[in-house]
Design a protein around this ligand. Structure first.
Ligand SMILES: CCCCCCCCCCCCC/C=C/C(=O)SCCNC(=O)CCNC(=O)[C@H](O)C(C)(C)COP(=O)(O)OP(=O)(O)OC[C@H]1O[C@@H](n2cnc3c(N)ncnc32)[C@H](O)[C@@H]1OP(=O)(O)O
Length: 266
């Protein structure tokens, strides 16, 4: 399951997608985004429980949209490709299993926007995040204007977009853009995999339902989110997985979630 521009590897319950255009600092072109879309399709049919997304090398996670591809795009075509690109990024955000970005270096423009759409990110100490588009007469187009403002507030989002100033991994951690402290660049993929394995060891249907509540709840009011949470929590609590998890705790043993049937999909 690999295309040249995207390398897909399975390691037990965890899959790794690696953007593989190191000479262009892993710039995102149509081939990369289409390959990500295909990989998500293929992985949806498997029992994968977490996905790690990273880039080849230690210089860049991704330097953003491919500027060669952007050059000369007319407004209509740009609107079309933006829409397709946004759809792939939204798919990452709404993945039923967590997508963990292992940000192995520069994440600029669309590269930062993709990292923002991931469930969470592990940053290399050398990582720098930025939205340089306005300096090129462009603007963020893969959700950065919306997701960054929702994550850190409009003033920091505006400053990042309007100055193009990059933020360090430490600054991003301080802003809450990552739940874990930055790690040495040589260990960022391993750190993301370790996190993925921690998630993969938990109740898979409970994880999926928790993510579904988080994602779908973000779209509406607190009231509608609470109603969604109680509906999902009801199914999960009444399921075989919860029965196994509780029995394992009371029996002072490790839960065998793999042995539980899908039951009613949460
Ligand atoms: C499902 C279908 C979807 C279709 C999608 C099609 C595209 C649609 C576009 C939609 C747009 C959405 C919104 C997002 C916009 C952007 O992301 S705009 C780009 C923002 N990124 C940048 O501005 C970063 C540009 N790069 C740099 O600043 C520097 O390269 C660097 C990353 C800081 C590294 O510098 P340095 O180490 O000095 O290396 P360089 O010599 O500059 O680069 C090496 C080669 O890599 C090429 N390159 C680098 N970045 C890009 C890029 N973004 N696109 C294309 N190519 C890039 C660079 O040109 C060099 O190439 P050569 O000169 O041939 O060696």
């Amino acid at each position: 399951m690999s295309d040249d521009v995207l390398v897909v590897e399975r390691q037990g319950p965890v899959a790794q997608l690696r953007i593989n255009r190191p000479r262009q600092h892993n710039a995102l072109n149509a081939d990369v985004l289409s390959a990500v879309d295909r990989a998500l399709d293929e992985l949806a049919a498997t029992e994968v429980r977490a996905i790690v997304l990273t880039g080849t090398g230690e210089r860049a996670f991704s330097a953003g949209a491919d500027l060669h591809e952007l050059a000369g795009l007319g407004a209509d075509r740009a609107h079309d490709v933006l829409g397709r690109g946004q759809a792939v990024v939204a798919r990452i955000e709404r993945s039923p299993v967590p997508v963990i970005a292992a940000v192995n270096g520069l994440a600029l423009g669309g590269g930062f926007e993709i990292a923002l759409a991931c469930t969470f990110a592990v940053l290399a100490e050398t990582a720098e995040l930025g939205l340089p588009e306005t300096g090129l007469g462009l603007m963020p187009g893969y959700g950065g204007t919306q997701r960054l403002a929702r994550r850190v507030g409009a003033p920091v989002a505006a400053y990042t977009m309007l100055t193009g100033e990059r933020m360090s991994a430490e600054r991003a951690y301080g802003l809450g853009l990552t739940p874990v402290p930055p790690v040495p660049v040589g260990g960022v993929v391993d750190a993301a995999h370790d996190l993925a394995l921690r998630v993969a060891a938990r109740g898979p249907r409970a994880v999926r339902a928790s993510l579904e509540a988080l994602h779908r709840g973000a779209d509406g009011s607190l009231e509608s989110g609470l109603a969604l949470e109680s509906a999902l929590a009801g199914v999960v609590t009444g399921g075989e997985e919860a029965a196994e998890g509780i029995a394992a705790f009371l029996g002072k043993r490790t839960p065998a979630f793999d042995a539980t049937r899908g039951g009613e999909q949460a």
